[in-house]
Ligand binder design. Structure first.
Ligand code: HEC
Ligand code: HEC
Ligand code: HEC
Ligand code: HEC
Length: 216
C-alpha cells in the first residue's frame, strides 16, 4: 500500500520532468539547426542565393612599436664582446619589493635619476611586484610591456576611447581596412609613462591669434 503510493508519487513527478527535459532539448536542437542555416546568407538579400557571400578582405591594425620588456644595460661585455643587459627580474626576483616608493628621487641605491611625475602613483601600481619583467592591472592581472596600452586605458578611459575612435594617438596607413593595413602608435610612443604630461606648447606670438580686422 505505502510502496504503491510512493511509486505513484514518484512517477507523477518524474514523468512531467522528463517530458519537459525532452521538450527543451528538441527545441534547442531545432533552434541551433535553424540558426546555422542562416549564417551563409547573413546580411544579404535574396540575390545572395545566386552570388555566394564573400566577406570583404580586411587588413590588420598593427601596433607600433611592439614594445619589448625593458632591460638595464651594464658596462660589462660578454665573451663575444657584446654589452651585457640585465633583465628586471634578474635583481628583483631576490629583492623585497618596496611598495611605498612613489618618488624617483628617493632611489638611492639604483635607478638614480628616474623622474616620476604621474599623479600619486606608487611604482608598484604599474610594475608587477611578483614579476618585474611585467606590469599589472588594478585587478592584479599581470601583463607584458607589449600590452602597456591596457594599463593606460584602465585609468584614462576617455583618451583611450578617443584613441580607439582615431581622434587621439595618430595613425598611418588606411582608415578603410578593406584597402590596406593601418599602423597605430602605442601610448608610450608619445607619453613617457613616468612623466606623461605633454610639455606646455609655447604660446603663439602676441597678435598671431588676433581675429582678422573687421570691415566697418
Ligand atoms: C642591477 C640590479 C637591478 C636591475 C637589473 C633592476 N633593478 Fe630595479 N631596483 C634595484 C634596486 C637595488 C632598487 C632599490 C633602489 C633604492 O631603493 O634605492 C630597485 C628599485 C626598483 C623599483 C622601486 C620599487 C622597489 O621594489 O624597490 C622598481 C619599480 C624597479 N626597481 C623596477 C625595475 C625595472 C622595471 C627593471 C628593468 C628595466 C629593474 N628595476 C631592473 C635593482 C635593480
Ligand atoms: C603609470 C605606470 C608606471 C609607474 C607609476 C611607474 N612606472 Fe616604471 N615603467 C612603466 C612603463 C609602462 C615602462 C616601460 C617604458 C617603455 O615602454 O619605454 C616603465 C619602465 C621602467 C623602467 C625601465 C626603463 C627606464 O625608464 O629606465 C624602470 C627602471 C622603471 N620603470 C622603474 C620605475 C620606478 C622606480 C618607479 C617609481 C619611482 C616607476 N617605474 C613607476 C610604468 C610605470
Ligand atoms: C592607476 C591609474 C593610472 C595609470 C595606470 C596611468 N595613469 Fe596617467 N594619470 C593618472 C592620474 C591620476 C593623472 C593625473 C596626474 C596629475 O593631475 O598630476 C594622470 C596623468 C596623465 C597624463 C597627463 C594629464 C595632464 O594633462 O596632466 C597623461 C598624458 C597620462 N596620465 C598618460 C598615461 C599613460 C600613457 C599611461 C600608461 C603608460 C598612464 N597614464 C597610466 C592615473 C593613471
Ligand atoms: C601620437 C602621439 C600620441 C599618442 C600615441 C597618444 N597620445 Fe595622449 N596626448 C598626445 C598629445 C599631443 C597630448 C596633448 C594634447 C593637448 O595638450 O591638447 C596628449 C594628451 C593626453 C592626455 C592628457 C589629457 C588630454 O586630453 O589633454 C592623456 C591622459 C593621454 N594623452 C592619454 C593617452 C593614452 C591613454 C594613449 C594610448 C591609448 C595616448 N594618450 C596616446 C599625444 C599622443
Amino acid at each position: 500500500m505505502t510502496a504503491n503510493l510512493i511509486l505513484t508519487v514518484k512517477s507523477s513527478v518524474i514523468i512531467p520532468i522528463a517530458a519537459a527535459g525532452i521538450l527543451v532539448a528538441t527545441t534547442s536542437l531545432a533552434y541551433w539547426i535553424y540558426q546555422r542555416s542562416f549564417v551563409p546568407l547573413h546580411g544579404h538579400d535574396a540575390h545572395a542565393e545566386v552570388a555566394p557571400y564573400i566577406p570583404a578582405k580586411t587588413h590588420e591594425v598593427h601596433l607600433h612599436p611592439n614594445a619589448e620588456t625593458p632591460a638595464v644595460s651594464t658596462d660589462l661585455k660578454n665573451f663575444k664582446g657584446q654589452p651585457v643587459e640585465l633583465s628586471c627580474a634578474n635583481c628583483h626576483s631576490t629583492k623585497t619589493p618596496n611598495r611605498e616608493l612613489v618618488d624617483g628621487t628617493d632611489l638611492k641605491d639604483f635607478h638614480q635619476g628616474l623622474t616620476v611625475v604621474h599623479g600619486e602613483r606608487s611604482c608598484l601600481s604599474c610594475h608587477d611586484s611578483e614579476n618585474y619583467d611585467n606590469l599589472h592591472l588594478a585587478d592584479g592581472t599581470s601583463i607584458p610591456f607589449s600590452d602597456t596600452k591596457r594599463l593606460c586605458a584602465q585609468c584614462h578611459g576617455p583618451q583611450h576611447r578617443d584613441y580607439e575612435h582615431g581622434s587621439h594617438g595618430g595613425m598611418t596607413g588606411y582608415w578603410d581596412l578593406s584597402r590596406g593595413p593601418r599602423v597605430r602608435n602605442t601610448c608610450t610612443v608619445c607619453h613617457d609613462p613616468h612623466a606623461p604630461a605633454y610639455p606646455q606648447v609655447m604660446p603663439a606670438p602676441f597678435g598671431a591669434r588676433e581675429p582678422a580686422p573687421k570691415h566697418h
